[in-house]
Design a binder for this molecule. Sequence first.
Ligand SMILES: *[C@@H]1O[C@H](CO)[C@@H](O)[C@H](O)[C@H]1NC(C)=O
Length: 207
Amino acid sequence: MKYILSAILLSAVVGFASALNNIHTPLVAATERSAETCGDPDDTLAFYRLHAASVFAYSYSTDAAFVSAAILQDGYVLESVIGMVFVTQETSTVPCYFLSSGALEDNFLTTNTTERDAAIAEGYTLLPTFQTYIYPTQLCGSIPMYRLYNSAETSNYFTTSESERISAISSRGYADVGIAGYVLPAGGRLLGVSLCYLVVFEHGVEV
Ligand SMILES: *[C@@H]1O[C@H](CO)[C@@H](O)[C@H](O)[C@H]1NC(C)=O
């Protein structure tokens, strides 16, 4: 159990460090955040990114129990918190659909219903419980969530980090497919709290 806990702690620290690098957009002045046009940032949850490197698989979740199970049972490592997302629809946000293919070992996020339906036709399964809500344009202090694709590995990859985007293209076979949507940046303090929560949560579980 100690070994597993330290592995989780380590991946949390790595995630913390890499997510801190994601904070590259200055906070928008409070006056630009109007309650009439923005969701309430207090309602957002950390959007964790998990990675199973051997199969080029990434997964994304706001659910600490899912994240823990993916680490403990499915060989995933917690990489970072890529941003803060809503789990119910708020002002100006749109659904971000989560599609999963076990056969392709791939997960795909899109706000575009045409792409959602095309993915379903290709064999992806729509998972409504993983659906989040994000901004369709750069509103309310949000930052771009870049979408990349490695066709040789049929691997979709999402990041808010410009340096991760560049290194995925230059050294990992991914092509830029644009911007999937806009999420709120993960602040250092909030991020620390949510990762601590994850570790504490895990500590309370019999493993
Ligand atoms: C949705 O995706 C389709 C297929 O890629 C594309 O043709 C269309 O322009 C997209 N719609 C929006 C609103 O981005």
